[in-house]
Design a protein around this ligand. Structure first.
Ligand code: VGL
Ligand code: ZN
Length: 210
């Protein structure tokens, strides 16, 4: 392990059935993040998993908007919102964490996107970019300074988590082989990776840290 285990955390973002192939918002090849995550999880003292966890009729669901199309971007209270298929409805099978994930080392499972009117891509802030989810407080309290991010989706929840973590002063590593993107709109995966790299995120393969 090249990282100091006392001051680093593995964050497993939204590895839920709805984001895996066959799910309501299936990320191409999404379940292939599981093997590299399981390969490194034993090296970390601090492991957090997040779960996208929406009420029915959530603001991010195209079905909640009259006359709007799937994947269209609208303004919800002035905040840009992509309209998704209904996904990760709290308590549903699609919202469950994938059972292939090795969860024994996870000490915190954080649910986000729980308010009907405000989405939360980032694990750190809701989409107004100022309402804390509480994760920053937890990470600080246990002494984490380096955040190692894995999971789904590269261009949404991973991306916003990484950018927010930099903004909060964490050192941020994205595990390149342990993330996959949704690719809506086309080009968004490459664009999000370019932006993360330009902002100071380090991309490493799981075998480089494990
Ligand atoms: C996500 C779209 C909608 C994600 C969550 O986990 O990246 N993407 N909700
Ligand atoms: Zn969502």
């Amino acid at each position: 392990m090249i990282l100091d285990p006392d001051h680093s955390a593995l964050l497993i973002v939204d590895v839920q059935y709805d984001f895996c192939p066959g799910g309501a918002l299936g990320v191409p090849d999404g379940d292939s993040v599981i093997a590299p995550i399981n390969a490194v999880v034993g090296s970390f003292t601090h492991v957090v998993a997040t779960q996208d966890w929406h009420p029915e009729n959530h603001v991010s669901f195209a079905s909640a908007w009259e006359g709007r199309q799937l994947y269209e971007t609208v303004a919800a209270d002035g905040i840009p919102q992509v309209l998704w298929p209904d996904h990760c409805v709290r308590g549903s099978r699609g919202a469950a964490l994938h059972e292939g994930l090795e969860l024994d080392r996870v000490s915190l499972i954080l649910r986000k996107g729980t308010r009907r009117e405000l989405d939360s891509y980032s694990a750190l802030f809701e989409n107004d970019r100022s309402t804390h989810t509480g994760l920053d407080g937890w990470l600080r309290a246990v002494g984490v300074k380096v955040l190692c991010i894995s999971g789904l989706a590269t261009d949404y929840c991973v991306y916003f988590t990484a950018i927010d973590a930099l903004r909060l002063g964490y050192e941020v590593i994205v595990l390149a082989d342990a993330v996959r993107g949704v690719g809506v709109p086309p080009g968004s995966v490459a664009r999000s990776i370019d932006r993360m790299k330009a902002s100071g995120v380090l991309f490493l393969d799981s075998r480089e840290i494990g």
